[in-house]
Design a protein around this ligand. Structure first.
Ligand code: PEP
Ligand code: MG
Length: 588
């Protein structure tokens, strides 16, 4: 029976109850969850507490309370849990359907949302099935840049290996696609196109469902409900958040499409364009591979010249979307082996495609093999060894900015970011390549284009020597994914294997790749900020590691005086709200 039926049955008790309810709500200034009983016509109140609420209800209650004059805007901003916004921006499971579904396994909650689809095991199959109108869930041991197009069409992504900053997790969050990663209980048999989990075998085409917000895996189809940002209430609350926050909120985006999405979520700039994420699209992977197998500088330059128009086009597209908002372009970062196949049959096929012998390609693959690739030939080490890569990327960025600026609508000011810097001399070396290339192009263009060259601080040595580096870098961006990996010495791709033991034994409370380790890694960030500002007091500094979209980490970034946080497009609203709450609690 609904409460208003009480009015018909016991009008006096109802009136008494309504008066008490109003009194309690006014006293607590919040929606109440009350328990009561009526015995022999007498009303007894048993207990009251602030009512639990869904994300949509939390927004409505907070906004209504402001409209009723019960709380102010700041209080309303603090009433909504930032993480709750996930539920408004991604599909969720239908509550009734979920009640009947059985959890068959659990992985990391790597990218929020609910997904339901049929199992496929390769990016190609994902594309084929999706083209036929099928909903698919892509199941992989782990993903690599080669899988991007398959990931784009999948409802969800499930991986056996990989932590919170693995390729699958980072890319899925960027796309706003549900992902459960690091489910080590799964045994995949690619050849038989099946996997086993919880004693059951799932074949290609079988239905499964994933909850990227909890990590739960369901061995059946569970109906989903589309995202609904709750229109008016969401907009009003986020407007108040923007009024009170002091941190800027940027996004990590690599394509005009993601950039556009992020702007609709309120991103004020792009804090990280991972240039290599565009290297797999269309024909450009061919030029990338030619660059890698080049035997000398001349050949490498020829291949890079083929890549240049693609990169320049990408940057023009991004500048057109972002206008005069800041855009930080990060130079080539991953180890080069990521762009080559590893299986013998794929190597043979690619060699034939490229018109070189399988032996030659095998040699290249063998030469690129590293025991610890994340600590190997990557980041600005690539630009130090092959300055022509930085030259090409500079030409692409600066020419794109010149072209868009010449169109007259915007004045673009590129921000060029060197990855994984360890030493001032290294920074200086790469910066000189950037500056000499850029200045020549700008002089030829006849326009007065301004640009900045900065660096990521993502290596403990760089954080410790941030004052030296600040003598050359015009801005810093803390790359807390690598900074966490290198400070703990935990591989960001494999830490999932052992972190569970640490939580069980209460050694660590949470995944340092998801929530910034404020005691250790945070100290390096805080120190890096102080050292950098001791040389350049006005230097702008941000964070572009995945922590930039995590509420407690955002609060930390506010406290240590960063200028902005940068995170995946779908986490932008969460970061805006978390930044506002940090500023309201601790104005700076
Ligand atoms: C980082 O290391 O924090 C970062 C943003 O760079 P990437 O994740 O591309 O290594
Ligand atoms: Mg990094």
């Amino acid at each position: 029976q609904t409460i208003d039926q009480l009015r018909d049955v016991m009008p006096e008790v109802y009136e008494q109850f309504a008066a008490i309810a109003e009194k309690l709500e006014k006293h607590y200034n919040d929606m109440q969850d009350m328990e009561f009983t009526i015995e022999d016509g007498k009303l007894y109140m048993l207990q009251t507490r602030n009512g639990k609420r869904t994300a949509a209800a939390a927004l409505k209650v907070a906004v209504d309370l402001v409209d009723e004059g019960m709380i102010d805007e700041k209080e309303a901003v603090c009433r909504v849990e930032p993480k709750q916004l996930d539920a408004l921006l991604h599909p969720t499971f239908d509550a009734e359907a979920l009640k009947k579904a059985a959890v068959v396994g659990k992985g990391l909650a790597a990218s929020p949302g609910a997904a339901c689809g049929r199992v496929v095991f390769t990016a190609e199959e994902a594309k084929e099935w999706a083209a036929r109108g099928e909903k698919v869930v892509l199941v992989r041991l782990e993903t690599s840049p080669e899988d991007i197009e398959g990931m784009q069409v999948a409802q969800g992504i499930l991986t056996v290996r990989g932590g919170m900053t693995s390729h699958a997790a980072v890319v899925a969050r960027g796309m706003g696609t549900c992902c459960v990663s690091g489910c080590g209980d799964i045994v995949v048999d690619y050849a038989a196109k099946q996997f086993t989990l919880g004693g059951k075998t799932y074949k290609e085409g079988d239905w499964i469902s994933l909850d990227g917000s909890t990590g739960n895996i369901y061995g059946e189809a569970v109906a989903t409900v589309p995202a609904d940002p709750g229109s008016g209430y969401f907009g009003r609350l986020m407007g108040w958040a923007d009024k009170y926050r002091q941190l800027g909120v940027y996004t990590n985006a690599d394509t005009p499409r993601d950039a556009k999405q992020a702007v609709t979520f309120g991103a004020e700039g792009i804090g990280l364009v991972r240039t290599e994420h565009m290297f797999f699209e269309g024909d450009r992977i061919k030029a990338v591979r030619e660059m890698i197998v080049a035997e000398n500088t001349e050949e490498r330059k020829k291949a890079l010249a083929k890549l240049l128009p693609y990169q320049q086009g990408d940057f023009e597209g991004i500048y057109e979307v972002m206008g005069e908002r800041p855009v930080v372009v990060r130079y080539l970062d991953p180890p080069l082996h990521e762009f080559l196949p590893s299986k013998p049959e794929d190597i043979a096929e690619l060699a034939a495609d490229m018109g070189i012998t399988t032996e030659r390609l095998n040699e290249v693959v063998a030469a690129l093999h590293e025991v610890n690739p994340m600590m190997g030939f990557r980041g600005c080490r690539l630009a130090v060894a092959y300055p022509e890569i930085a030259e090409m990327q500079t030409t692409a960025v600066i020419s794109a900015a010149i072209n868009v600026t010449k169109k007259g609508q915007y004045t673009i000011k590129p921000e060029i970011m060197i990855p994984l810097t360890t030493d001032i001399k290294e920074m200086k070396y790469v910066k000189e390549i950037v500056v000499s290339t850029a200045d020549k192009l700008i002089a030829e263009s006849g326009i007065d284009l301004k640009y900045e060259v900065g660096t990521m601080i993502e290596n403990p040595r760089a954080a410790l020597l941030a004052d030296e580096i600040a003598a050359e870098a015009e801005f810093f961006s803390f790359g807390t994914n690598d900074l966490t990996q290198l400070t703990f010495g935990f591989s960001r791709d494999d830490a999932g294997k052992f972190l569970g033991y640490y939580y069980d034994k209460k050694i660590y409370e949470s995944d340092p790749f998801a929530h910034l380790d404020q005691n250790g890694v945070g100290k390096l960030v805080e120190n890096g900020v102080k050292l950098g500002k001791s040389v350049q007091p006005e230097m702008h500094m941000g964070i572009c590691g995945e922590h930039g979209g995590d509420p407690t980490s955002v609060e930390f970034c506010h406290k240590v005086g960063l200028s902005y946080v940068s995170c995946s497009p779908f986490r932008v609203p969460i970061a805006r709200l978390a930044a506002a709450q940090a500023a309201i609690k601790n104005p700076r």
